[in-house]
Design a protein around this ligand. Structure first.
Ligand SMILES: [Zn+2]
Ligand SMILES: [Zn+2]
Length: 318
């Protein structure tokens, strides 16, 4: 007797229409991404329509981690965050189980020698921390700043001075600041791990700080994470100069520019100069197991590119 044919297996859902919106994604929580438990993976997510909307979007994509701006990142200041809005976010975030953290505004420049620019940067950063604290976010990623021609030493000292003022203005806050490695474009500081180390060692309250590694920035700054030897060497440097534990978050971005070009341009994973191997090593590196990892790659409103990028990593997750 012939055995009954096995029931046809449902094929995995393919990435659907490119015009799909985040709202549609939410209606299909049978998410496209299968991220193993304990792995914190996702992307920078828009808060358009209210900060709680970021939770809806991240859930719709199946993220387990997400980065947000706590206000419009191209404006210095924002209207006060209403407690109802903050509470709505905190509740939605708790239910979702997604790990959220923040990135600061691009306008802030603590390296500025201009008194007005410097003081505005300090005040804006304090305001962002107040919002991040109200949202109960563990840390906010920030670029150290640009020296604007005054020289690296003067710039680094100014940044440390600014961070000290910010710490004084946010005494008792839980939210930490994660200094991000930069591509070193123009007069930006923070493109050497030694810059981050120097800043952290020269501020009064070290425990309020950490670091954030961005693969595109590392590569553009000259850290060759494209090959295995370069990856290991870079991570050893991170451990030696900062300590793995001080790295609070990772930005997974491929780079549109070659090694050491000092220009900040992000590409989809495996489609830039770095290639997919680096991202495979990161997600398989046990040292980064519990570190949140997010994409900051180009995307449309429906975020299908984020899902596609993370799906490239799916075979390597365990
Ligand atoms: Zn950044
Ligand atoms: Zn980044």
């Amino acid at each position: 007797m012939k055995a009954k044919p096995a029931p046809k297996k449902k094929s995995a859902p393919a990435i659907e229409s490119k015009t799909r919106r985040a709202d549609d994604l939410v209606e299909k929580p049978a998410t496209l991404l299968k991220i193993p438990e304990g792995e914190l993976l996702g992307a920078h997510t828009s808060t358009s329509g209210g900060v709680a909307q970021a939770v809806t979007r991240a859930l719709g994509c199946g993220f387990t981690a997400a980065q947000i701006f706590v206000k419009n990142n191209k404006q210095w200041f924002a209207p006060v965050l209403r407690e109802e809005e903050a509470a709505q976010f905190r509740k939605a975030r708790k239910v979702s189980g997604i790990y959220f953290f923040a990135h600061n505004s691009y306008l802030v420049n603590l390296g500025s020698q201009d008194a007005e620019m410097f003081s505005m940067s300090v005040r804006a950063m304090i305001a962002e921390l107040e919002r991040a604290e109200a949202l109960d976010l563990p840390f906010i990623v920030m670029h150290p700043g640009s020296h604007g021609g005054a020289g690296e030493e003067a710039g680094l000292k100014r940044i440390a001075q600014g961070l000290d003022e910010i710490v004084r203005g946010t005494a008792g806050f839980h939210c930490r600041m994660a200094l991000e490695i930069t591509a070193g474009q123009g007069k930006s500081l923070g493109y050497r791990l030694e810059h981050l180390q120097w800043i952290i060692e020269n501020i009064s309250e070290e425990k309020r700080f950490g670091a954030c590694l961005d693969t595109a920035h590392l590569y553009a700054a000259g850290y060759n994470v494209k090959n295995r030897e370069g990856y290991e060497e870079t991570m050893n440097q991170v451990d030696k100069l900062l300590g793995m534990k001080s790295v609070l978050g990772l930005h997974l971005n491929d780079s549109k520019v070659p090694l050491g070009k000092r220009v900040d341009r992000h590409a989809h994973l495996g489609e830039g100069e770095i290639g997919i191997d680096c991202f495979r090593w990161i997600v398989q590196d046990l040292r980064w197991k519990s570190t949140p990892k997010v994409l900051e790659t180009p995307k449309s409103e429906d975020m299908h590119e984020d899902v596609e990028n993370l799906q490239k990593l799916a075979p390597y997750l365990r």
